[in-house]
Design a protein around this ligand. Sequence first.
Ligand SMILES: CC(C)(COP(=O)(O)OP(=O)(O)OC[C@H]1O[C@@H](n2cnc3c(N)ncnc32)[C@H](O)[C@@H]1OP(=O)(O)O)[C@@H](O)C(=O)NCCC(=O)NCCS
Length: 195
Amino acid sequence: MAVIDPLVISSGDVEILIRPARPEDAAALNEFNRSVREHRDGRSADPETSNATMAAALGDITSDPQRLRLLAMHANTIVGAIDFVSPSKLRTRHRGRLGLAVAAAWRGRGIGTSLIRAVIGWAGSHPYLRKIRLSVPAENTLAFGLYRRLGFIVEGTRRGEILCPDGNYDDEIQMCLWVKPGPDAVESDPASGKK
Ligand SMILES: CC(C)(COP(=O)(O)OP(=O)(O)OC[C@H]1O[C@@H](n2cnc3c(N)ncnc32)[C@H](O)[C@@H]1OP(=O)(O)O)[C@@H](O)C(=O)NCCC(=O)NCCS
């Protein structure tokens, strides 16, 4: 079951609770996603869905050991959300990807950093997760800088992946963070039996 113990962080002069999303958060999470989409930050938000569908999805996530969805709460309001999803196949379940968004009025106060760190900590103690992936539009230099500071490295660039409001196509940068030793470390480990 993918859940973590709730944690409280200080963001400026207020406290923010970071906790797993629950089915009863469905309506509020839909509202949060709507507001993120309205600010044209749509790649980080879920597509429009009914509250019942969202509640069912949140229930499924709670019982899936490879998925994690955390909310950043101020009082009873969602101010940020992060989602981690991973394939179930044996050959690929060591990796997963995350997406996140923080409410426009709450950005630049450490909430995104804390959400990502919470996922990194969870993945680091997970029995088989090793690699966290994400993608970021090349023009999103603020988010790119944040991921770099948290240790993510660039794996590559997909050209013209994103249609911008001005009609141009933006590149998308693929980034990753190894939370446990990656391929280089495995290859240099004599005990692994590999050269
Ligand atoms: C990117 C995002 C999730 C970061 O969350 P956040 O809570 O604002 O980030 P933090 O406060 O923890 O970190 C702020 C740092 O990130 C950078 N940053 C990234 N986006 C920022 C934004 N929109 N406003 C302010 N700072 C931002 C700042 O440079 C800051 O760096 P610093 O610590 O050196 O001052 C959030 O700004 C957001 O939701 N943006 C819109 C959606 C988006 O871009 N999602 C990511 C798509 S890949």
